[in-house]
Design a protein around this ligand. Structure first.
Ligand code: SF4
Length: 249
């Protein structure tokens, strides 16, 4: 029977481990958790390298760039983030996070406070940060704090619906809870982090919003939507074509 775990295992076999870059600092993990949303690790990694080159890869420098109000600092930040997509929105989230870290005096202080909280409590704390929605909160929980959660972003929900793992139009929170409660035995953070990366990769390569490319998809055997699409395409190509304009004679 199809399950999120069987999907994740099959994708791992087909695409290989997506891997988290060897982060040099904890802040880099936090930044990565934000930048990797809606894009591949590779694009997030490129943006991180550009942040590093622009000397913006630490919370103080980033908070300063946000505070200075200088157009130059803002442009440098936006330019560095460009490869990660949705870069204006991501810049805004990073600036808010950097300001939050500053309130605790240091990143260590912020994470120290965070590590004392239980998973759901910590999630609520992230959600309470202005500008942080459920997707960013779950990415931070998973990648920065190493807590098990399912990032039920638009890609995961689209794939889940097409596979019949989620009902049509399932919202973010319902999808997250459904995935976590059906994943047996309970997954650890590393498994869920890999699964999220693999689902993003599948959405980019095959399971696009319009015209998914089902025939080469590694999940075709498990997927009722894909099987129906491929079956319909085969049926159409097998049907005999009548020549236009030639009636029975
Ligand atoms: S078979 Fe098609 S619809 Fe199903 S998961 Fe793959 S790309 Fe998406």
């Amino acid at each position: 029977m199809t399950s999120w775990r069987s999907v994740s295992e099959r994708l791992l076999e087909a695409f290989g481990p997506q891997g988290w870059w060897p982060a040099q600092t904890l802040w880099e993990v936090v930044v990565g958790a934000v930048l990797a949303q809606g894009t591949s690790w590779r694009n997030a990694e490129r943006a991180i390298a550009r942040l590093r080159a622009a000397r913006l890869l630490d919370p103080e420098a980033m908070a300063e760039a946000g505070r200075s109000g200088s157009e130059g600092a803002e442009l440098r930040l936006l330019d560095a983030l460009r490869p990660s997509g949705y870069f204006r929105r991501k810049a805004d989230r990073l600036l808010r996070l950097a300001a939050e870290v500053e309130r605790y005096g240091s990143l260590a202080g912020w994470l120290d406070a965070a590590h004392r909280l239980k998973d759901e409590e910590l999630r609520r704390r992230f959600l309470a940060l202005s500008g942080v929605g459920p997707e960013t909160a779950d990415s931070l929980l998973l990648y920065a704090a190493g807590r098990p959660t399912f990032v039920a972003d638009a890609y995961a929900r689209r794939i889940g619906e097409r596979l019949g793992l989620l009902g049509p139009g399932t919202g973010y929170e319902a999808a997250r809870r459904a995935a976590l409660s059906s994943w047996r035995p309970s997954p650890g953070a590393a498994e869920l982090a890999e699964a999220h990366a693999l689902l993003v990769e599948l959405a980019k390569r095959h399971c696009r919003k319009r015209e998914p490319d089902c025939r080469p998809c590694p999940l075709l055997e498990l997927c009722p939507t894909g099987s129906a699409r491929v079956g319909a395409a085969r049926g159409a190509s097998a049907r005999p074509h009548r020549r236009p304009g030639r009636g029975p004679g």
